[in-house]
Design a protein around this ligand. Structure first.
Ligand code: BG6
Length: 481
């Protein structure tokens, strides 16, 4: 019988967290604050140690002082702070790994967290294995957490998987997608599989279309070099947006074991239809916000998209004929991450003078961030002597019911890595299925096909995205914070 993992709170086992890129932004803003939160929730104990690796000269105290402003003050941080040490070294040199070996207890559990630029992922894992640091034969765990971007396209993602899996086992690899650490994203599974009425209508018989949006108000900021070589599609779609799509579209897993869940997600992603070049040209549209080319480290004639919208089909029994519209962009009107499920109209309107086409559709809106919540738009009778149907919303806000603020999302991810629960981490096949689905769009864009339309900062995005839905007689849900 399949194991049913218990998630009753328990303290994680003793371990050392080695952060490659220990002085970087991710470590300072997200990882170490998350560790402090885990400490205050008593989910890690005083036997959790941290080694930060960076290229600059520095002392333990320099590293700790650099973290102080990012971590909530208090007893937990004081205790955790004292267990942080610094190791200076070059990720590409064997001496760093020898020095690391000298610092680590051979009989201890270790998580190696690669918070580095992507070109170092493969070489670091190889060097760790070569130095014997990934060896679990003493009954310890040795795990590696790999940040995104995992590859630049399908071929490079496959090559990186091959490189990593030639020296470590899949159970040692934790490919991070930080969206999966978000409470509201994890809640999609509960909403779907703990509410029988929803499952009954969750199919192409009742659902007209699905929209998945990750709108950001911020622009590219100081990340010009990375972003210009990446673009909105690679940055957000095969990872974050596809994780949401997989959660919305997957079949119920047989149980809650990590592999049962990951298998269903991979299955959904591998059912995304591969568009022909002509379909990819028509069903993928791009935009760039005004002024993007003036960003530091961005090419003056850059054609990189800061906005992308796609129409995708899922060739699975449940979803045949239901389009999935995905969009994401920077410098938009508001930060708004949401899934909008639009239901089909009733077959016939019984209400006097109200043609069925004029009845607004039922909609379920999973508001993932900010203002986390769930809305259900449905019809009621307008009070009065006539029979008029009007739309209203049942709206649930997380903040009214729970205290969820102040967490980075990395708490869950780090805790799960310490427990050895891979549910929220991408397996090699999920990553590859995601890249395979977007590859046709990358291919035609690489040939210079399709235009990148300029849009105003603070707007809803380019007009071509509106047309993408208008063509099908549909509209995007409004972007609002
Ligand atoms: C990151 C992308 O993975 O996700 C960023 O590289 C993006 O460009 C960020 O801003 C969005 O994450 P969140 O948690 O702020 O919605």
């Amino acid at each position: 019988m399949a194991r049913r993992p218990s998630k009753a709170p328990r303290q994680a086992p003793p371990a050392t967290l080695v952060i490659f890129g220990g002085t970087g932004d991710l470590a300072r803003r997200l990882l170490v604050p998350a560790l402090a939160h885990l400490c205050s929730d008593a989910l890690i104990g005083d036997d959790l140690h941290i080694i930060g690796i960076g290229s600059r000269d520095g002392t333990d105290e320099d590293l700790r002082a650099g973290l102080d402003e990012f971590v909530p003050k208090g007893d937990c941080w004081q205790r955790l702070r004292g267990r942080i040490t610094y190791l200076q070294g070059d990720f590409t040199k064997a001496d760093l790994f020898e020095a690391l070996k000298g610092k680590l207890d051979k009989t201890g559990n270790v998580i190696f967290y690669l918070a580095t630029p992507a070109q170092f992922f493969g070489p670091i894992v190889e060097s760790l294995a070569r130095a014997g640091l990934m060896d679990e034969s003493d009954g310890v765990f040795r795990r590696v957490a790999v940040e995104k971007p995992f590859g630049h396209d399908l071929a490079s993602a496959k090559a990186l998987n091959r490189q990593i899996l030639s020296v470590v086992e899949e159970h040692q690899v934790y490919r991070i997608d930080h969206f999966l650490g978000k409470e509201t994203v994890q809640n999609i599974m509960v909403a779907r599989f703990a509410n029988p009425w929803l499952e009954a209508v969750w199919n192409n018989r009742y659902i007209d279309s699905v929209q998945i949006t990750a709108a950001e108000a911020i622009d590219v900021g100081t990340r010009g070099a990375f972003y210009d070589a990446t673009g909105a599609l690679r940055d957000m779609v095969p990872n974050h947006l596809f994780q949401l799509m997989a959660m919305v579209g997957m079949e119920p897993p047989n149980d809650l074991t990590p592999d049962a869940i990951r298998t269903e997600k991979a299955k959904l992603l591998s059912a995304v239809r591969t568009p022909t070049p002509a379909e990819a040209k028509a069903d993928g549209v791009r935009g760039q916000y005004q002024g993007y080319r003036k960003t530091a480290d961005v090419a003056p004639k850059s054609n990189t998209e800061t906005y992308v919208a796609l129409k995708l089909w899922v060739d699975a029994w449940r979803w045949a004929g239901v389009p999935f519209y995905l969009r994401t962009g920077k410098a938009l009107k508001a930060r708004d991450t949401e899934v909008v499920v639009t239901f089909k109209p009733v077959p016939l309107s019984l209400f006097r003078d109200t043609p069925v086409a004029d009845l607004p559709p039922n909609r379920l809106i999973l508001q993932l961030q900010p203002n986390e919540g769930i809305d259900l738009d449905f019809m009621v009778k307008q009070p009065g002597p006539t029979m008029q149907a009007v739309p209203v919303a049942l709206d649930f806000k997380y903040a009214d019911r729970f205290k969820i603020g102040g967490r980075t999302g990395y708490e869950t991810l780090i805790y799960d890595m310490l427990l050895g629960d891979q549910t929220l981490f991408q397996r090699a096949d999920q990553i590859e299925a995601g890249w395979a689905a977007v590859q046709p769009f990358l291919d035609i864009w690489a040939k210079g096909k399709g235009k990148v339309e300029t849009y105003k900062r603070g707007s809803n995005g380019p007009a071509c995205a509106v047309d993408l839905l208008a063509r099908d007689g549909r509209e995007w849900h409004r972007i609002e914070g």
